[in-house]
Ligand binder design. Structure first.
Ligand SMILES: *[C@@H]1O[C@H](CO)[C@@H](O)[C@H](O)[C@H]1NC(C)=O
Ligand SMILES: *[C@@H]1O[C@H](CO)[C@@H](O)[C@H](O)[C@H]1NC(C)=O
Ligand SMILES: *[C@@H]1O[C@H](CO)[C@@H](O)[C@H](O)[C@H]1NC(C)=O
Ligand SMILES: [Cu+2]
Length: 225
């Protein structure tokens, strides 16, 4: 979960988010190099003594400063496209979770098991226990196994919602009357937090998402309960 100490992205909990983090660092490195280069050139404009009042065109320099940025953009575009297609990659999911956005809570259905479904409401501030977080903890967490491919189906009952878990690198719109699909793979057990990310009405800020990621044998025990 993001806290005040976080200036950059949070640590990844899934291979996809790890790749997104790498891409972020890669792009930021290129940006830093460009900023330093341009900053240096601008600073040098103030101090150099050369003048050329009759310069109209310089073909060579123009070719260079057109091609160099194009090549730089390629170095960003190719990893970006690779990642875009990687996000959609899904190998045989072992479990399907259907998540339905409502005004203003989420409800979940484990479609592989009979009648396993529940609503998930935010815990109001006056009912918080000392170890719970304000505005982000819910009464019924989603329980999912680690190290398994999980398919997430996202939809909504009323208006557009968006199901988001930043440390897993997922953000999927839940359109009413349609199904959207994504997949997650969790490398760690733990609690992963997220919030609705599509303005959906007055209590949009009060429909958080919490995944409780647990080892698969514990998950089977939980399913049997
Ligand atoms: C989900 O569905 C909406 C509308 O049908 C679409 O605009 C959006 O791109 C879909 N995919 C994701 C990943 O949100
Ligand atoms: C996550 O788990 C997969 C499969 O077990 C592994 O290939 C990958 O390297 C792991 N990633 C991290 C960040 O631990
Ligand atoms: C929004 O949430 C607050 C507190 O969680 C509740 O008191 C209020 O009635 C809700 N508003 C609507 C329109 O449901
Ligand atoms: Cu919302």
């Amino acid at each position: 979960m993001a806290t005040w100490g976080h200036l950059s992205l949070m640590d990844s909990n899934s291979p996809v988010m790890e790749q997104l983090n790498f891409f972020h660092d890669h792009t930021l490195l290129i940006l830093t190099l460009i900023t330093i280069l341009v900053g240096y050139m601008m600073a040098m404009l103030f101090v150099n003594k050369y003048t050329n009042r009759f310069l109209l065109a310089g073909q060579a320099i123009e070719v260079i400063w057109t091609i160099l940025p194009a090549v730089t953009l390629l170095f960003i575009a190719l990893p970006s496209l690779r990642l875009l297609y990687l996000l959609d990659e899904m190998s045989k999911p072992s479990l399907t979770l259907k998540t339905i956005g409502h005004q203003w809570y989420w409800s979940y259905e484990y479609s592989d098991f009979k009648s396993l479904e529940f609503d998930s409401y935010m815990i109001p501030t006056n009912e918080l226990k000392p170890e719970e977080f304000r505005l982000i903890d819910v009464d019924n967490r989603i329980v999912l196994p680690t190290n398994s491919q999980i398919r997430i189906i996202v939809t909504a009952a009323d208006v557009l919602h968006s199901w988001t878990i930043p440390t897993l690198g997922v953000k999927v719109d839940g359109p009413p009357g349609r199904l959207n699909q994504t997949n997650i793979f969790m490398n760690r057990s733990g609690l992963f937090y997220g919030q609705c990310s599509e303005i959906c009405g007055v209590n949009h800020s009060f429909m958080p998402i919490v995944i409780e990621s647990i080892p698969i044998n514990k998950f089977i025990e939980w399913i049997k309960k």
